[in-house]
Design a protein around this ligand. Structure first.
Ligand code: FES
Length: 59
């Protein structure tokens, strides 16, 4: 099974709405998916927020 590339935990403030979170670790805009997972078995994770929040993203 493929393993994601190593990334550090990050704390980000996100506005309400849907955010696509990188699970492969290859995004150049981590923690946001930038399409770098193409050609891998990974898919981004949809994070839906109803209000602005600061969240900790842990790979
Ligand atoms: S770039 Fe990592 S899941 Fe899309």
């Amino acid at each position: 099974m493929a393993q994601p590339q190593s990334q550090s935990s990050v704390s980000v403030t996100l506005a309400a709405g849907t955010h696509w979170i990188c699970t492969c670790g290859q995004s150049q805009n981590y923690p946001h998916c930038d399409g770098g997972h193409k050609g891998t078995a990974f898919q981004p994770l949809a994070l839906e927020l109803t209000s602005t929040k600061t969240v900790e993203i842990t790979p």
